[in-house]
Design a protein around this ligand. Sequence first.
Ligand code: C2O
Ligand code: CU
Ligand code: CU
Length: 589
Amino acid sequence: MTDIRLSRRRLLQTSAALGLAGSLPWGTGTASASSPDLKKFVQPLPIPSVREPDGRRKGAAYYEIPLREFEQQVHPDLPPTTFWGFDGTVPGPIIKARRNERIKLRFDNSELPSDHLFEVDERVGGTSPEDYDDYDGPVPEVRTVVHQHGLNVEWQSDGQAAAWTSPDGVTGPRFEKHVHDLPNRQSRMTATYHDHALGISRLNNYAGLSGFYIIESPREKRLNLPSGEYDVPLLLQDKTFEADGSLHYPDEFVANFAGDTAFVNGAVWPYMEVEPRRYRFRLVNQSNGRTFDLALASDYGDGHEDHEADVPLLYQFAPDQGFLEDIVSIGPGSDLDSLVLAPFERAEVVVDFAGHAGETFTVTNSAEFPFTGGRDVDGGHGGHDSDTESDTHLGEIMQFRVTEPGYEVTDDSAHPRTLELPTQPGPNPRAAKETRHMTLGMRMQNGLRTHVLNGKTFDAEGVDAKPQLGTTEVWELENNSMHTHPIHLHLVTFRVIGRGPGGMAAPHPNERGPKDVVRVNPGETVRIAVQFGDFTGTYPWHCHILEHEDQSMMRPFEVVAGNADGRNRDEGSEVGGGDGTRGEPSTGV
Ligand code: C2O
Ligand code: CU
Ligand code: CU
């Protein structure tokens, strides 16, 4: 442990003793640290590689991915940083599956150390045995469980919060199996696999435990989108570094944490050289808590950025999963000015750099932190409701430099305006069997700013809903708190049918398609239509701000087998005890 850490901790202890920590208005924690000055756009964007299977098992491709502690240099002027990552890289390798092709995936954390990279605040739920009523074994400081976000899988393969394992083999109460069985019977998507361990998921993800999970489909291929080196995944994160290169994360729990440095595909403020042609970008916000509001700006190299100049538009064709109903153009004078992505939301876009040879574009971010649905108007020094001395604004993310090749660039990918997107009808809200009103709130508990769903913490008894397998429900998500919450349901995709006060305003144009994370702003009710398939069993719904999820904005719902009048009765399931059975095969694109 370095002196810096010790003195910071002493400072925290002192301020806690004086009652200062508890008086921070929103528990906002960039804490006192800020990264050393690091020059922007001096290193090329790394592209994660696609992981090869380690063999086959029962007719499926089998992957065995170790979790390791390792060092990686993320900026030329920063000493190497210690991370935890899949296969020893940050981000992890890309897991690429084909639609309807089953894979089997095992994550092995036995090589991780037994001490965490960060301080574990044991006031947070799920960090000690007393927090569990169905378990009285040890709760090791280091424990992980990997969730494949967006996948429609049996609960035993879902990587749920209490299904953690420790490096020396202790298993949490929900643990069932090491090898996850992933049928990929769903629409194409770009998503991530990431840690989900109860009470410390924010620490494990921040340490580096995330990577892309991609499902490809034949219909997607036929669209003739830019491919190969012109198909670029972008994992967007924010981090804070100490001068010695180590990651900074607050020792004491904070409900809102933002890093002061952009971190894309494992590099600090990278640039990418692009040809004057079309590219496909797969954008994933994998920050703990920061929402991005992204746009392209012309960069004239004199510190002056211009959003109104002739910048290429982003043509968004996919939301979290599948495809949008219609292409949405993003940029000056278009359908949307900018692209808002809350943690774990995704967007896939085509950008045409033709006609821009020799120009430079910066990806800018104008979202306030903590996010409430708006822009950062005052430049973000400290944010509008934060009293930390740190600058929570992160205005620039990365840069694109368009090359001037001395030859004719050929581009036979489809023009985004001509794309005919293969959409599928979403669940029909008029066929909903049930409308459930759910609330998002905040209260103080244990001295911690605690976010809750339906007024309940994660450990409260019972489940919030028991939807019947195959049926559609409307959930009304009413936000009574001060901040935006990106709400995620495991197992399913849903359609946003209304937002705004009372849920009566139209969804944003780029929300018209299959989603699995939806932003709910303060004072707003977001209505979603969800069809519950293909499996019965208990799954969580939660806020995807990891600090909120850890304390304690996550609740279970249980999909139960249909009764005699259930529309899509599942043959093989037993009522109540049918965990893990399969319903109708899913349709998808
Ligand atoms: Cu991205 Cu519960 O997960
Ligand atoms: Cu998920
Ligand atoms: Cu939240």
